[in-house]
Design a binder for this molecule. Structure first.
Ligand code: G4P
Length: 191
């Protein structure tokens, strides 16, 4: 997506060879106009999949997920990282390992919020090692619903995630694919 790549080049900060800071439009300050375009792009990419629900993990996935849900006119669910007091019965859970932070986190989804007939689209801000996306697929599969696609705003193609999701057979669509962050610069896969 041209606009996104332009924005990454203008406002992204390469912190090191693996981490890109995008706090000016995605992870802290959010650019709603850009999110609107991102939502439209995901909706177009998955237009023929009959998506009935969009699923993400809090917190930075929420903005692109909501705009995608708006474009597809379907509900958006964000999986919780902390168990809310209102969510005390019938929970689905899974453990997600973060390589970046070296911790296992339990995440929570209310049972029955996704039903068997649902076709779910997973949306996330970054694809690094793929653990968050795979965790969300496990929750959808626990609900016996279908994972109909995975939409990623920024894929770091030099990390393991994309290959893992491809191997697992999921349909993955990324709006910006980064081949490397060497020499303090962002290099895109299709440059
Ligand atoms: P994975 O799910 O693909 O395996 O990724 P990983 O565990 O490595 O990522 C853990 C957290 O770090 C995620 O955010 C992810 O979005 C974020 N992250 C990974 N790579 C980058 C990067 O290059 N730049 C930035 N800015 N973030 C990155 P999180 O802990 O779930 O936080 P949040 O969603 O609440 O913001």
């Amino acid at each position: 997506m041209k606009e996104l790549k332009k924005r990454i080049l203008e406002d992204g900060v390469v912190l090191n060879s693996t981490i890109l800071k995008v706090d000016r439009f995605l992870n802290h300050q959010i650019d709603p106009m850009l999110m609107h375009q991102i939502g439209e792009a995901f909706a177009k990419a998955f237009a023929n999949e009959g998506i009935t629900k969009v699923l993400t993990l809090e917190s930075s996935g929420i903005a692109p997920a909501v705009l995608t849900g708006l474009a597809l006119e379907v509900p958006v669910i964000f999986v919780r990282k902390k168990k809310p007091i209102t969510l005390n019965t019938s929970l689905l859970t899974t453990e997600i390992y973060s390589y970046t932070k070296n911790v296992h986190n339990t995440v929570y989804l209310e049972k029955d919020i996704i039903q068997e007939q649902d076709k779910c689209l997973i949306i996330d801000d970054f694809l690094a090692n793929g653990e968050a996306a795979l965790g969300l697929t496990r929750l959808i599969e626990q609900s016996r619903a279908t994972v109909s696609g995975i939409g990623i705003v920024i894929e770091k193609s030099f990390q393991e995630g994309r290959a893992k999701l491809d191997r697992a057979g999921y349909s993955v669509f990324a709006l910006a694919r980064i081949s490397s962050l060497t020499d303090n610069k962002v290099h895109f896969l299709d440059e």
